[in-house]
Design a protein around this ligand. Structure first.
Ligand SMILES: Cc1cc2nc3c(=O)[nH]c(=O)nc-3n(C[C@H](O)[C@H](O)[C@H](O)COP(=O)(O)OP(=O)(O)OC[C@H]3O[C@@H](n4cnc5c(N)ncnc54)[C@H](O)[C@@H]3O)c2cc1C
Length: 365
């Protein structure tokens, strides 16, 4: 799919020669991954001795790191898992996060651009959430935390929730915030936020990201990526060079999901850059306009059924990593009984969130 022109491209498949080459290169990448992983440099929070030793290396942009390890041919193969899924640009995002994403089995998926074998939850992600939620006791749905006061004399926290038109106040022994600690959100929640916390939270970035649910008649494949080969080589004996996605708000991927027996396509759109706030009205308008234009070109009867904006991919820049962001972040964990369990400590995936949650509890509780 070419998001600029709204055209569907044929699936990219490779010859046995190129498949073998990709395997050799990915094996080499996997061995770097293995070394970093075993050294503890990729552990939760990236603040182990091994991680601190490698700050310069881990804070490099993905493409620079790959080139430095004679793996530049793999750069286009990182577009599907990084760029198309909205994690940003291989020229910008720190390799630390890519390293966390690519586990040994997943790396094989790098070779499956536009194929239909990539892992998909066809019934939708809420299937997972509902299953996990069923096992949790004492949960209160629809409670929004609006104020947290750290009562340092008693070592407790007073948390105010808004529930419909009511306010409920609870006193807690320990409080965990389990969403991205963006300065704008945390500053309004914490009654006594201090300068150090402000400095740390101001470095937390997300992407301007919009998901859409689309009805597109007559599509067949499970995944369409807006990553277009620069030239179409019929022999399929070279790793195709892909046109890098501009991150200008165009939809960069469509994935098929079933609602009953009807297929719908989830569209992912994002805007290049590291932001301290999620997409706002003007950004959403831009992304929606581009999405509508692209959909119309694919099929005149395509329509968008809903859109949703999220705080996507909490991360920090390479500069923040080099400046010791993760050391500083760890230093405020537990201050006044307040903890931050966020995928910022790992990498924004469901798997990452679950793994981080388990390690987080082991470490602090
Ligand atoms: C469109 C999209 C597609 C994705 N696709 C994939 C995928 O294919 N594979 C994959 O592994 N991951 C995927 N992810 C990422 C995955 O959803 C996240 O990594 C995961 O949900 C993070 O879990 P979490 O518990 O840290 O945060 P969240 O799931 O974001 O949960 C945070 C919760 O905190 C709540 N909250 C925020 N503020 C307050 C407050 N003041 N008071 C009370 N509650 C509050 C929010 O409402 C939310 O429910 C996708 C994400 C998006 C948005």
């Amino acid at each position: 799919m070419d998001p600029k022109r709204g055209l569907i491209f044929p699936k990219l498949t490779y010859s046995p020669v190129i498949t073998a080459k990709i395997k050799r290169l990915t094996d080499k990448f996997k061995s770097y991954w293995g070394q970093l992983s075993q050294s503890g440099a990729l552990e939760m929070g990236y603040n182990s001795a091994a991680a601190n030793e490698k700050l310069d290396e881990l804070s490099m942009p993905i493409d620079k790191w790959l080139s430095g390890h004679n793996l530049s041919e793999l750069i286009p193969l990182f577009y599907p898992p990084i760029t198309a899924q909205g994690y940003g640009d291989v020229r910008n995002i720190a390799v630390l996060y890519a390293m966390k994403l690519i586990v040994a089995e997943d790396i094989e998926l790098l070779t499956l651009i536009g194929d239909n074998t990539a892992f998909q939850v066809k019934e939708g992600f809420d299937t997972f959430v509902h299953r996990i939620a069923e096992t949790v006791r004492d949960k209160y749905l629809g409670w929004r935390a609006v104020r947290i006061e750290r009562l340092r004399q008693t070592g407790t926290q007073q948390v105010t929730f808004r529930v419909g038109n009511f306010q409920i106040v609870r006193t807690c022994g320990k409080t965990i915030l389990a969403f991205p600690p963006l300065l704008g959100q945390v500053a309004t929640l914490l009654s006594d936020i201090n300068w150090k916390e402000k400095h740390i939270f101001s470095q937390v970035k997300v992407h301007k990201y919009m998901t859409s649910g689309n009805d597109i008649p007559n599509l067949q494949r499970n995944v369409y990526l807006g990553l277009v080969p620069i030239s179409r080589n019929e022999s399929r004996d070279i790793i195709p060079e892909l046109i890098p996605y501009a991150g200008d708000g165009e939809v960069v991927a469509f994935t098929k999901q079933m609602k009953g027996t009807r297929p719908y396509y989830t569209g992912y759109s994002w805007i290049y850059g590291d932001y301290t706030d999620p997409a706002n009205g003007a950004d959403i308008f831009l992304m929606l306009t581009k999405l509508t234009g692209t959909l119309r070109k694919i099929h005149p009867f395509s329509r968008t059924l809903f859109t949703s904006v999220t705080d996507y991919f909490p991360h920090v820049t390479g500069q923040s990593i080099r400046d010791g962001f993760y050391r500083d972040f760890e230093s405020i964990q537990g201050d006044g009984g307040l903890y931050f369990a966020t995928t910022l400590l790992t990498f924004e995936t469901v798997n990452g969130a679950i793994e981080m949650g388990e390690k987080f509890v082991d470490k602090y509780f």
